[in-house]
Structures are given as structure tokens and as C-alpha cells.
Design a protein around this ligand. Structure first.
Ligand SMILES: [Zn+2]
Length: 125
């Protein structure tokens, strides 16, 4: 993103926010460009970063940036249909949610769309 926006890499920080219902395991990051946190601590990190950070954009710059990124926030019909193909057409036997194609540590599998509330998985035949 920094390259696309033509701004220094250090100017961008990602916030990866998890629900308090999650248990984060083995989450270690030496990458200072990302903050991994629970949602109840997110604003604390954000306020801290805003306090110590320097201004990179004026409001006009933010508006221009928003305008250049906003088109990417919409899925095209082609993208939607491609996404739909990744569903199994099957229903989770545990909760009735849709089974969708997922990438895991050991390869592709079908998992319940309601993950993490439901952890049902099925091998791809
Ligand atoms: Zn389920």
C-alpha cells in the first residue's frame, strides 16, 4: 500500500483486531508496522499512535486518499460470483451455516461460515 500511495512504509500501520471471545495463541510479531490486539484495547493503541505520530496527510490529502481507495472497497459482480463458487453448496451439520472453502495450515478444506462460533470442518473429496 505504501508503494501504491507513494508514502514511506513506516507511515502505515496495520491493526489486526480480534474479538475478546478469541484466545490468541503464539501471536508474536516483530513487525512494528502491525498491532495485533483485542477489540477492547484497539482504541488505546490507536490513541497512543495518534499522539506520538506525525502528520502525513492534511484533511484534503485524506479526502484524496479516500477517493483513490474507495473503488477497491466494492466487489464486482464477477468477484461476487467467483466467491460464490468457493462455497460447497453444503450446510454445516452442527449449526446449519454454509460450508465455505478455506485455506488452512495443511491445505484447503471446507469450514463453517460461522467460524469461530462453529468449528466444523470437512475434507475436500
Ligand atoms: Zn457450523
Amino acid at each position: 500500500m505504501a508503494e501504491r500511495l507513494n508514502i514511506p512504509y513506516e507511515s502505515i500501520r496495520s491493526y489486526i483486531v480480534f474479538s475478546e471471545r478469541c484466545t490468541l495463541k503464539n501471536v508474536l510479531s516483530s513487525d512494528i508496522s502491525a498491532v495485533i490486539t483485542y477489540s477492547n484495547l484497539f482504541l488505546t493503541y490507536l490513541r497512543h499512535d495518534l499522539r506520538i505520530g506525525r502528520t502525513v496527510y492534511t484533511q484534503k490529502g485524506v479526502d484524496a486518499l479516500y477517493g483513490s481507495l474507495e473503488p477497491f472497497s466494492h466487489a464486482t459482480e464477477e468477484e461476487k460470483s467467483k466467491h460464490a463458487e468457493q462455497t460447497s453448496g453444503s450446510i454445516c451439520p452442527w449449526c446449519g451455516g454454509e460450508l465455505v472453502l478455506r485455506q488452512g495450515k495443511y491445505g484447503m478444506f471446507y469450514g463453517c461460515r460461522n467460524y469461530p462460533r462453529c468449528t466444523f470442518t470437512r475434507k475436500i473429496k
